[in-house]
Design a protein around this ligand. Structure first.
Ligand SMILES: Cc1ncc(COP(=O)(O)O)c(C=O)c1O
Length: 472
């Protein structure tokens, strides 16, 4: 039996990279020698790990060797029935999770703080989304309440699954304990996008991990634990899930040539978390609290107490500066920080998000403090975007919308038309409009204001045109 102090995948590849092999196989760079010199110079040691399904290397989609052992160790650490490494990020996991349990036409309740990868999952599966509005404050989407779930299930009693995003991008976690109880009574699968919460199980001050409550969840280890981008995992916590179907779905949504360096980084990250996870996360929290104090001297922050009043819990390593509340422009604050070579996770007119991960260096707090000290006053302009639009009426399912003929329409003229593609402020990557939904005048107003303020909008081109279902 393997121990958590071992890292079978990492150890095998690390040993192998020190041997000289004749490469009569892909990848064609032959261990680095075939790379352009500048790439070899930068990524030479990475290339030594960049292998394919050779004898001994195992196979991500039919694992029996080192990948199976590495996944098993991850499952044991996260107390899952099975864990699957994802070479396509949490995005791939979201698609696979839904495809594993939903047939075309099945209702799925969806918390409306979902990432845009869910839109593709809905097209792929043909499941019918029944959206649950998320609570919001100061233009930020937070999370879904147990009451909203209960009401959603009352309206859609045949729902097969409940899909939640917890924590939200800003680290706001739903009351999963209460929601799981409701889901259990209703007999629906509870699927959680925990992309931003893989570290939760290592500190009691953090929100409770989704794995305690859900049937399946995905975690982006590159977002939280220090794996290579886009290393992520899917944990299956329930014997109700058809594993064969899940494995088929995982294969359907990912490359057939998974990158071994990324998989090896997942294995090494799991080992570090097994051996030192509490220390790593304690340090992240300690650093985040110091940074919070520095930032709070200048700006209001999204606070745990406020979230608790709404029934949510907050991950303090996600620090949201509420610039709208301070009456200043978050995009300008982000640029002023970038001028000090301080890069934040996202900046929007109304909020700026900073993330503290395991790579945070303690002296960065002083850099931030010094930058804020010397910073010219941030433009005192009311950069509040219009209120977040209410959920638009759904005219088609995302899958129907995908296959219908579409055309481009100028956004100002698109009110009342139906979106053929998601409309998403990026970041945070949460669709305001899912495919098949009506583009309401509130959506038009919001997106025009967002674009004018300098926010990137996916689904809208340079000429402010959006793709809509063509009128027949
Ligand atoms: C909530 C959420 N889920 C899923 C994803 C997709 O994650 P990945 O980049 O690992 O594919 C993101 C990315 O930002 C996200 O914020």
């Amino acid at each position: 039996m393997m121990k958590q102090s071992q890292a079978p995948l990492w150890e095998y590849l690390d040993r192998r990279r020190q041997e000289e092999h004749v490469w009569l196989h892909v990848p064609a760079h032959g261990g680095g020698t075939g790379l352009p010199p500048e790439v070899r110079e930068a990524f030479g040691s990475y290339a030594r790990f960049d292998l394919t399904e050779l004898p001994g290397c195992d196979d991500l989609f039919h694992p029996t060797g080192i990948i199976a052992a590495a996944q098993q160790l991850a499952a044991e650490l996260w107390q899952a029935e099975a864990t699957y490494f994802l070479a396509g990020g949490a995005s791939a996991g979201v698609r696979a999770m839904l495809a594993a349990v939903c047939n075309p036409g099945d209702d799925v309740l969806v918390g409306r703080n979902a990432h845009k990868s869910l839109a593709d999952a809905l097209v792929f599966t043909g499941a019918v989304p029944r959206y649950l509005a998320a609570e919001s404050r100061d233009g930020l989407l937070l999370n879904v309440t147990p009451q909203a779930v209960r009401e959603g299930l009352r309206r859609h009693p045949r729902a097969k699954a409940l899909f939640l995003t917890s924590p939200s991008y800003n680290g706001v976690a739903a009351d999963l304990a209460a929601i799981a109880e409701i889901a259990r009574e209703a007999g629906v699968f509870l699927l959680v996008d925990e992309a931003h919460g893989a570290h939760f199980k290592f500190a009691s001050e953090l929100p409770q991990p989704a794995g305690l409550f859900c049937d399946m969840c995905v975690q982006s280890w590159h977002k939280t634990l220090g794996a290579l981008t886009p290393g992520a995992v899917l944990h299956c916590h329930s014997s109700r899930v058809d594993r064969r179907r899940l494995q088929d779905a995982l294969q359907a949504v990912q490359t057939t040539s998974p990158p071994y360096p990324l998989l090896a980084s997942l294995d090494a990250v799991r080992r570090r978390m097994a051996l030192q996870g509490e220390k790593v996360v304690r340090e992240m929290l300690a650093q985040a609290r110091k940074l919070r104090r520095v930032l709070a001297a200048h700006f209001p922050l999204l606070a745990a107490e406020d979230m608790a009043r709404l029934g949510f819990s907050l991950d303090e390593t996600r620090i949201t500066i509420m610039t709208a509340r301070a009456g200043v422009d978050g995009l300008e604050l982000g640029s002023l920080l970038a001028a000090c070579k301080i890069e934040v996770e996202f900046m929007q007119p109304h909020a700026v998000l900073a993330i503290v991960g395991p790579g945070y260096k303690p002296d960065w707090t002083e850099r931030v403090a010094a930058c804020l000290q010397d910073m010219p006053p941030v433009r005192e302009k009311n950069m509040r975007l219009p209120p977040l639009p209410a959920l638009p009426p759904a005219r088609y399912t995302p899958r129907e919308a995908w296959f219908l003929p579409s055309a481009l329409a100028a956004l100002p003229d698109a009110a009342g038309l139906v979106a053929a593609a998601p409309l998403v402020c990026y970041p945070p990557g949460i669709p305001l409009v899912f495919p098949g939904e009506e583009i309401t005048s509130a959506v038009v107003e919001y997106l025009l204001a967002a674009r004018k303020a300098g926010v990137a909008v996916h689904g809208m081109d340079e000429q402010e045109q959006v793709r809509v279902i063509a009128e027949v």
